[in-house]
Write a protein that binds this ligand. Structure first.
Ligand SMILES: [Zn+2]
Ligand SMILES: [Zn+2]
Length: 359
């Protein structure tokens, strides 16, 4: 990996690419710790497993929607339940309640959603976001700029859960953190095909003592190298920071930078509508979070195929090919590699800084 010479002049260029808060927020970044009310909205219904925020008024139409196939086939009785789920268990990919395949629409339900109860501090521990602390700890090794990428699996709750975190020094390219994270919630699957992380990797990391302990352990490892002033580079890193439950003010996001470049270019070409549609489409794919079924069933993997960094002209793979003429993510079924992706995001930003006049 090429070393970039660290200088004040270069840092000024890099800091010019830091996105303002409102732009970060519009790209899905969390910029303030959650309020108690927001934390309570993370509770899930015991029946349908949707979160309270998914069930708030603006979304109720969605939860009460009748599936098109129900309407098409008049012989099927559509349950009048507001909270819909399968009361049974999944046995060999079929529901015990109705013998339907795991992907089938709920066969039962109840009139109301009932939030499950949480232990003291449980919601905060799982969902609260934490700003980068001041770099006061002895032994810290705070860098001027770093690049970040994470891999996520799917928790039993349906949440995306951190399973690997990678941090490199932006200038030297030195690998600062590249560790498997032992999830601190029960997992449905590690999404191995896309994350590249298997249970064997987790077991090996535990044996070797290199496994980080949950999201808090991952944040601690990162904060050894990242202080409030450190520039953090990533490609569509809002998902990574969300998985880490991390709030950081100095973000350079190559996805956002390239989106803006593309918008400007197309606006100049008078082809704005088409571009905005593409940016919205890509952002939606990137920010989409699954709505899991009760017991979270196996169709979840399908939706994750539309992974953020996977496709489209603003994907990391495409941009690295067009800007740097380099092929990444070529291993197909073996999944992504957060080290490769962190390096790619860093090289992309370096290209942008080195080519100030480009399209
Ligand atoms: Zn059923
Ligand atoms: Zn419900």
């Amino acid at each position: 990996m090429a070393i970039i010479t660290q200088s004040e002049a270069y840092l000024v260029e890099l800091r010019n690419l830091i996105e303002p808060e409102d732009v970060l927020r519009s790209h899905g970044y969390i910029i303030r710790p959650l309020t108690d009310e927001q934390l309570l909205s993370k509770r899930r219904c015991l029946g349908c497993n949707k979160t309270i925020s998914q069930l708030t008024p603006s979304n109720t139409n969605l939860s009460d929607q009748i599936h098109p196939t129900d309407v098409a086939d008049k012989t099927v009785q559509v349950p009048a339940f507001r909270c819909k789920y399968h009361p049974g268990q999944v046995v060999r990919k079929h529901w015990s309640c109705c013998s339907q395949h795991v992907t089938a629409n709920p066969c039962g339900g109840s009139d109301v959603h009932i939030p499950r109860s949480y232990g003291p501090g449980e919601l905060a521990e799982q969902h609260q976001f934490h700003p980068t602390p001041d770099a006061l700890l002895k032994g810290n090794d705070i860098r001027a700029a770093v690049a970040l990428d994470c891999e996520m699996g799917t928790a039993v709750s349906g949440d995306r859960e951190l399973i690997r975190v990678t941090l490199i020094d932006y200038f030297s390219g030195a690998v600062l953190v590249d560790n498997i994270v032992q999830p601190d919630v029960p997992m449905q699957h590690l999404n191995t095909r896309f994350s590249g992380v298997s249970w064997a990797d987790v077991r090996k990391a535990k044996r070797e003592g290199s496994c980080l302990n949950g999201k808090a352990g991952a944040r601690r490892a990162l904060w050894t190298f990242v202080g409030p002033e450190t520039v953090v580079v990533g490609h569509g890193a809002s998902g990574d920071l969300r998985a880490l439950r991390w709030i950081h003010g100095r973000i350079v996001d190559s996805f956002v930078t390239e989106s803006n470049t593309k918008k400007r270019r197309e606006a100049a070409n008078g082809d704005k509508k088409q571009v905005e549609a593409e940016i919205v489409r890509t952002s939606v794919v990137r920010m989409s979070e699954r709505v899991p079924d009760k017991n979270g069933n196996e169709n979840v993997g399908k939706k994750q195929k539309n992974r953020k960094k996977g496709a489209g002209s603003l994907s990391l793979k495409t941009l690295v090919k067009t800007r740097l003429d380099r092929d990444i993510q070529t291993r197909g079924r073996e999944g992504h590699d957060s080290l490769e992706d962190a390096i790619a995001a860093r090289d992309l930003i370096h290209w942008i800084i080195s080519n100030p006049v480009h399209e």
